[in-house]
Structures are given as structure tokens and as C-alpha cells.
Design a protein around this ligand. Sequence first.
Ligand code: GDP
Length: 317
Amino acid sequence: MRALITGVTGQDGSYLAEQLAADGHEVYGLIRGQRNPRRAWIEGLVPGIRLVDGDLLDQSSLQHVLAAVRPEVVYNLGALTYVGMSWQQPAVMTEVTGLGVLRLLEAIRVVDPAIRLVHASSSEMFGAVREMPQNELTPFNPRSPYGVAKVFAHHTVVNYRESYGLHASTAMMFNHESPRRGPEFVTRKVSLAAAAIATGRQFRLSLGNLDARRDWGWAPDYMRALPLMAARPEPGDWVLATGETRSVRELVETAFAVAGLAWRRYVRVDPALYRPADVEVLCGDASKAAAELNWKPTVGFAELVARLVDHDLREAR
Ligand code: GDP
């Protein structure tokens, strides 16, 4: 199979590219920007990967790339993904994360409607949740410009599927983390701080809302599900989650314990780090993915946090 991945230099795109290449697929990655510093990194990581220039902001670039590569499947993992940033640059966020998906769908429709699409949807769409836990049918109630853009993108994928018969699916992914997660996300911010404090290079950690709860999983687990979606006879929507919800406070406590630290000595709450609106709790029900894709996450909360802190401790030393 020939696959094209958008967002190939990100956490998800890079894991998916590695998995697909290891399984013998032909892997193309969409890459943007002159002298993109991540170009060499991804080429070193994924032997045989071919990078093609294009941008989710540029309709004609997407059409040129699809016409040139002729992928059987497109995995759309390209987006601005940091919720915190979505208040500072809401229009840029909406252009890339929302309208970018519309451009990609239009390009598929025009170039070759037989191209399959798997799009990364987000648990942030559930926002101020309407039920616990959240599944594919839970009503959306987003609480950030990012969440709103993701709702737009999700509904657009579903509408192109139903209007034009595209084989377009969504992976409705809850938070998923790894050492490749950016340091602005709370998991990495905490694991990096625990490692830096344990090695004497940092003395404090400032955080925002400690009461927020998330369903955190292991990113490579989630990437295993995407090719299963592309291979289904019928497209659809599937929640990917662990079903376990933990607070930021529990995250800090667990991470600092792994590093041998008592967290209360180092952590302070900074009201400036609170968001204008926050998603208080997320907890996913992935039973549809279990039943239909035979997918199950393999890494729980404690193991996830241990992997992040162990990684960052190794790097710090
Ligand atoms: P998100 O779920 O995609 O927004 O992932 P994040 O890792 O950015 O945030 C998860 C939760 O942690 C949110 O409810 C944040 O408000 C909360 N949080 C508390 N302190 C911090 C912090 O210092 N940085 C970040 N990124 N999140 C924080």
C-alpha cells in the first residue's frame, strides 16, 4: 500500500510512518516550509520515506501532491494541536486545523475520490462533556478555538463521506503521549521538570489547573489503530482511549515519585497558566474500536508516566 501522511514530522505522524514502513508499505510524508529542520530527522528515522512539499493552507499544493503520489490512503495528522495556543492565535488555528481538512477533502474529491482518508479527530470536541464516558455518539460541546476547529473538521469529514461516498474515517483520539510529545503539553512539561529537578537543574515547576482530568494513552498504541480503519470495508468513526481518567495532580504526583521526589516541595500553581475556559474531565469509551477493529491500548497511566520520566531522566543525565 502507498500511504501519504500529513503531519509526518509530528509525534503521531512519525510513529505512524515508522510502523507503516516496518510493515512494508510505501510511505510518503507531506512536509512544509523551506529548510524545515525536521526534514533530516524524519528521513533518518524512517528509512525509505519520501518527502513531498505541500501545505494544508494551500489547496493547489495538495492537489499536485495527490496527483503526483497517487496514494491509496491519506492519514491526516497535520494540524496545530496545542489547545493553549488556540486562544492566542485562534484564526491561524482555525485555518490549519479546521479549514485545512476541508482543503484536503476537496483535493481528494477532485483528484481521485477512491483515495481513502483517516483523519485525526480529538476528544477536545467533547469539551464540557455531556456524558461520562464519551463515545462516538456523545454530543460535542467544545471549549476552545482548537476544539471548535476540530468539530468543524470532524463534521466536514463525515459530510464528505455521506455526500460524496468517500472512504473517509475519523480516529476520535483522546490525549496520547510519548517522549515525542512537545514540551508545552502538560505530560511532557511535568516529566521534563521531574527529570530536571532530580538532576539539580531546576528548582520549581509552575502549573495551571491541577484538577483537570484527562484520559492519557500511549501514542504508538493509537497509531496502530489507524491502518485498521483504512482497511475496513466501510469507513466510520472510532474513539481511541484507555477508559482511565486521571487528574493533573495525579500526573505530577506519579511523575515526581518515579524521579524519587516529593512533588509538593517543588510545584506551585500559577493563575496565569489557567486557560480562559478549560475542559475539566475527559474519559473515553473505546468499546467500538475493541469490537470492530480488535484494538486495545497496551499502556496504562502509571506505565505511561514511568516511560516519560525514565526517558527524560536518561536524557538529563
Ligand atoms: P490538552 O488536553 O490537549 O489541552 O493537553 P494539555 O497537556 O495541554 O493540557 C491538559 C490539561 O492540563 C488541561 O486541562 C490544562 O489546563 C492542564 N494544565 C495544568 N497546568 C498546565 C500547564 O502548565 N501546561 C499545560 N499544557 N496544561 C496544563
